[in-house]
Design a protein around this ligand. Structure first.
Ligand code: ADE
Length: 253
């Protein structure tokens, strides 16, 4: 997968993109990330990238010409790739989810535009952008952090990037549920014990415990995720008892 990021602040990406998973993915040749400084595509002496909004009002707007020129330059580097998906980072976009990440990982080429100031001139959004994404209902100063979040979430789904493909399958949201709790050694720490079933070596019981803990966590923390989900009768029965018990415990404080 190829990812091109158009930004006014390429320096912001240095840390996250040169450590851990994103570094490994690039070293293994599974992903290549290219940063482009939008300011490099200005043609005036002062390298101006923003201007006052027509009609007046507060804030500045990113001028269309440098963004357009940066996009044309990136498209020209296609190296045999088909047309890229052009993503605009904006709080007005569709809310980014794991499901969208799974759609995006199917694309061989992503171009991400990081908005700044009050946003990018509307004509870029209308004519050049294929999808607008928001990482949540809050406002950041620019699209750089959202671009990092999306790049990280998508690239870790490329087969071979994660150590074990199974862990990507099992994690939170993959099956529409939150993940079960994890424990490691020692079996007792500060008097706090690991649930005995996990030490039992009984594989089927461990699986059942995990599935049910996953359901319980989801029901308590994110009941919206359970809407319309099919739960086998025995688990449903267990869950309603566990929730009643959870409610009683929570009420006791
Ligand atoms: N730019 C500013 N805030 C944003 C958000 N929440 N998501 C995506 N882009 C943004």
């Amino acid at each position: 997968m190829r990812v091109d990021i158009l930004t006014l602040f390429p320096g912001m990406f240095a840390g996250p993109f040169s450590e851990s998973m994103l570094k490994r993915a690039q070293e293994k040749g599974l992903a290549s990330i290219h940063l482009h400084d939008i300011r490099d595509y200005t043609t005036d002496k002062h390298h101006v990238v923003d201007d006052y909004p027509y009609g007046g009002g507060a804030g500045m707007v990113m001028k269309p010409e440098p963004v357009y020129a940066a996009l044309q330059s990136v498209f020209a580097e296609d190296g045999g790739h088909p047309t890229p998906a052009v993503l605009l980072m904006t709080p007005q976009g569709e809310r980014f989810t794991q499901a969208i990440a799974r759609e995006l990982v199917e694309q061989p080429w992503l171009v991400i535009i990081c908005g700044h100031y009050e946003g990018v001139d509307e004509r870029i959004r209308q004519h050049m952008v294929t999808r607008e994404l928001s990482i949540g209902d809050y406002v950041l100063t620019g699209g750089e952090l959202p671009a990092m979040v999306i790049t990280e979430t998508v690239i870790r789904l490329i087969p071979g990037v994660m150590g074990s493909d199974q862990s990507a399958e099992e994690e939170s949201f993959a099956a529409g549920l939150l993940e079960y709790p994890h424990y490691t050694r020692p079996p007792e720490f500060m008097g706090w014990r690991v649930p005995p079933v996990l030490l039992s070596g009984h594989h089927a019981e461990v699986e059942k415990w995990r599935r049910r803990q996953s359901l319980l966590r989801t029901a308590v923390r994110r009941p919206d995720l359970l809407d319309g989900m099919e739960i086998v009768a025995a688990d449903r029965q267990w869950l309603s008892e566990a929730l009643a018990e959870h409610g009683a415990t929570a009420a006791q404080g």
